[in-house]
Design a protein around this ligand. Structure first.
Ligand SMILES: CC(C)(COP(=O)(O)OP(=O)(O)OC[C@H]1O[C@@H](n2cnc3c(N)ncnc32)[C@H](O)[C@@H]1OP(=O)(O)O)[C@@H](O)C(=O)NCCC(=O)NCCS
Length: 169
């Protein structure tokens, strides 16, 4: 468990489904995420997500929690093969909490946790071109923009660039 200022970053637990579904079921939250993030975010999708993460080893997917309610998620995915020393970072936060610095702090906490506990030397995040607040989060957390994959994404019918950020151990 990682302690933030007014929030916790912890593994997923049974019972998280209700607040997860409520806060994740928002078109503004899913707008710049990959299509793997369900939209609409149904109770069934929330149940599947939480159940799939009850026995994580290693622990790399976290709920962001305030007053026992899930208000966001942050986690990494392992790249494979010759890229296996790289993790891909992803995150989202309930819209009512945007702009308070929560995700910047959560990204810093998880980045530190990963480099202390896992055999990774690089964390990478891809941000869609219409998501400047996420770019700002990564910059504030010490990530560096390495390049722009032009017109590499289609999201909700629109072609977008992906900005690739990374931080090294
Ligand atoms: C992106 C997201 C995680 C940001 O979380 P957050 O807790 O609001 O972020 P923070 O408060 O730590 O920082 C946001 C920064 O973006 C800035 N910002 C907000 N809107 C902006 C805009 N339109 N243009 C430029 N910067 C903007 C804020 O001013 C703040 O920077 P500052 O501290 O220098 O003022 C949140 O908006 C979210 O969950 N969005 C939907 C999911 C998503 O896009 N996830 C990321 C996928 S890569």
């Amino acid at each position: 468990m990682l302690q933030g200022t007014g929030f916790l970053v912890r593994g997923w637990q049974l019972g998280d489904e209700v607040s997860l579904q409520k806060n994740a079921n928002n078109l503004n939250v899913s707008a710049f995420l990959t299509d793997r993030f369900p939209s609409p975010y149904t109770p069934e999708a929330a149940r599947i997500w939480v159940e799939s993460l009850l026995k994580q080893e290693p622990l790399v997917n976290f709920a962001i929690v305030i007053n026992k309610a899930v208000v966001g998620g942050i986690g990494i995915e392992f790249r494979e093969d010759v890229y296996r020393k790289t993790g891909l970072l992803g995150y989202w936060l309930a819209e009512e909490l945007w702009g308070k610095g929560i995700m910047t702090e959560a990204v810093k906490l998880v980045t530190e946790y990963v480099f202390q506990n896992l055999d990774l030397i690089r964390l990478q995040a891809g941000v869609l071109s219409k998501n400047p607040s996420s770019m700002r989060v990564l910059e504030k957390a010490g990530y560096v923009k390495e390049g722009i994959l032009r017109r590499s994404v289609i999201k909700r019918g629109e072609i977008l660039d992906e900005h690739v950020y990374a931080i090294l151990k």
